[in-house]
Ligand binder design. Sequence first.
Ligand code: SF4
Length: 421
Amino acid sequence: MTDTSVNPRAGATRWTCPFCLLLCDTSTVQVDASGRLTLSDSGCACARRALARFVARPSTASARVDGRDCSLDDAVSAAARLLAASRQPLFGGLGTDVSGARALYRLACRTGAICDAAAGAAQMTTLRATQDRGSFFTTLAEVRTRADLLLCVGGTPVDQAPEFFERCGVGESLVAQRQVVVLGGTPADDAVLVGLRRRPGVTVESIPLHGDLFGTVALLSALVAGRAVREAPAALQSLATRLQQARYAVIVGETRRLPPQGALVVEGLNRLVGSLNQTTRAAALWLGGGNGAGTVNQVFTWLSGLPLRSRAGPRGLEHEPLCFDAQRLLHEQAVDSLLWVSSFDPDVAPPATSLPTVVLGHPDLARSPASVFIPVSTPGIGSPGHLFRADGSVMLPLFAVHDDGLPTLAGVLDRIAGALA
Ligand code: SF4
């Protein structure tokens, strides 16, 4: 991995934005005299909002046990005691980078913890569809240089990934003519399309669902496969023809927008992509796993061979995509402690629970009613790190904007593991 040592410079700092799954590295961050962090260009609103929650000064946040400030040593000991007394811990949230994920995996193996990310249900939709039938993935670079038809299913992904169309080169000359089609969008998506239509070489279209998303995807898939479909809407027939004629069609979807049983939608679209690949080129780009969840999933998979919603316990390695749902485990009281990690976003707080809880994260999470709270550094702000990008095959280094003086998550977890030993 690339060395990303702390950059102590004041002023503009080379930066990879860790605040959504696109990991843009086109902006720099300015630190003003009061320690305020701002983007050197207009950047995106999401990054600006996230930067406003940090100040480039050494943190004064303290560890806490039972609501009282304490030393880091005492908090680590309390967390270790809590985990040692737990017969079935749950590790949730999982907002961290590669080295934090590696340390989480080590501690999970030591304690037999079940691990599930904050948006675990959405993450499982693509995972399960891929496990069952496989899929064709792509990268942002490939979309940018080749895709002439982008089909956004269920809406445009600009809430979750604000610079998505810029990163895909929509309007750039790399692909002279691009179509952007939204299937089942909202008025907000129509406004996005109006903006895209002004770009050179871009045509846009919004197509309503025919019934629900499941039925519409099944219908479109049948049309693309050339099966006889009675009374198919003209707009879907036309879309199927254009998908067949495209040099490289890319289906874009956000896992968090999918309805319950959304894996069936993913499976249907993966099947559609497979049909297209018999005569032309196509791929799917499923966006999800922000806040480090996608990275933790990658790391667990390479370390154990299993994705999240897994456990290394007395029965060996187990993967239960439904039973190991954190919400379900808490609701059924199938776990007796919770360790929650959220290094990037203080709004990703632990669920309300009466269980003994350890929270490791952004200093603003001190407000959560945890038994033990330890503030940790945010990779890409107060310390360096690494994250996987939305396309899952590219890992980017994160650069520290300043040294926040907080311990890294990996450092804290290793100390807890040491205390347990
Ligand atoms: S689009 Fe995402 S990664 Fe890019 S600057 Fe905005 S928040 Fe950061």
